[in-house]
Design a protein. Structure first.
Length: 269
């Protein structure tokens, strides 16, 4: 009987041990999962960004934020008219990212096979009439630009701000002869700041920029609603720093990038 009792005790002990062993394999099916992915590698090296002139202030801020988050990275910019940038890229200029002020100039690059995947529209921009502080000529709309003695600067038509200006002027039925045609929006805006012209058609963001706000104010006009420019961005095919290019574009599209662009006056796509 003692042997039988001892045997029974051992069976129970083994069973409890087995249960204890099973209890080590905790069922986690109903518990929150813990991320197991390893930390992503920080971006290093130089990231060269070709960007429309109207992105100057915003991208300089985004570039600094990006560098702060990636201490081993350096962002360099080439700001100019989108048409000129597209030409440079297609001629082999080394660049990682292209941000255009219009889809047409981006198409020039992608049609040449110099983009990776599909360009993403990240913001929109709208025109205003930039005039000196106080609006001494009393400009209230596009028709006022045709008044005697009013000197106007426009962007050249191949530049996105020039194409948008032509579209708005045509919609308003206004024909004017500018005293100068500039190769990017900053050039047109500078003519107002320097007092060389009485008005210029520029983007809302440029008139709002801190570098212009002290000298210039923007006059809104209804026809600009029909001439809004989409801004696409893309990683370039022969990017010297492909990983950096992907990371920079992702940053522009992130909430942090969107916040900077929104504060500058850009519209959501």
């Amino acid at each position: 009987m003692r042997r039988a009792a001892l045997a029974g005790f051992m069976v129970v002990a083994v069973g409890l041990t087995g249960l204890a062993g099973c209890s080590d394999k905790t069922d986690t099916s109903n518990q929150p999962s813990t991320p197991t992915t390893s930390a992503s590698k920080a971006v290093t090296g130089t990231v060269t960004v070709f960007a429309a002139a109207s992105l100057t202030e915003s991208f300089n801020k985004i570039g600094k934020d990006f560098e702060a988050a990636n201490p081993g990275a350096k962002v360099t910019f080439n700001f100019a008219g989108s048409s000129a940038l597209a030409t440079q890229i297609n001629q082999g200029a080394p660049a990682d990212v292209f941000a255009s002020a219009a889809p047409a100039n981006m198409k020039t690059v992608t049609d040449a096979g110099n983009g990776v995947d599909t360009a993403t529209t990240f913001v929109k921009n709208q025109l205003v009439i930039a005039v000196p502080k106080g609006n001494p000529k009393g400009v209230k709309g596009l028709s006022d630009l045709t008044k005697p003695g009013v000197k106007v600067a426009l962007c050249a038509e191949q530049v996105p701000c020039g194409a948008a200006a032509k579209k708005a002027l045509d919609a308003a039925g206004v024909k004017l002869t500018p005293v100068t045609l500039e190769q990017d929006v900053k050039g047109a805006l500078s003519k107002v700041k320097l007092g060389e012209v009485d008005a210029a058609l520029v983007y809302r963001t440029d008139a709002k920029a801190a570098t212009a706000a002290a000298d210039v104010e923007g006059v809104e006009f209804p026809e600009s609603a029909g001439a809004i420019n989409d801004y696409p961005i893309i990683v370039l095919k022969n990017a010297p720093n492909a990983a950096g290019a992907q990371a920079f574009v992702a940053w522009v599209l992130s909430d942090k990038g969107k916040s900077v662009l929104s504060d500058a006056g850009f519209q959501a796509p």
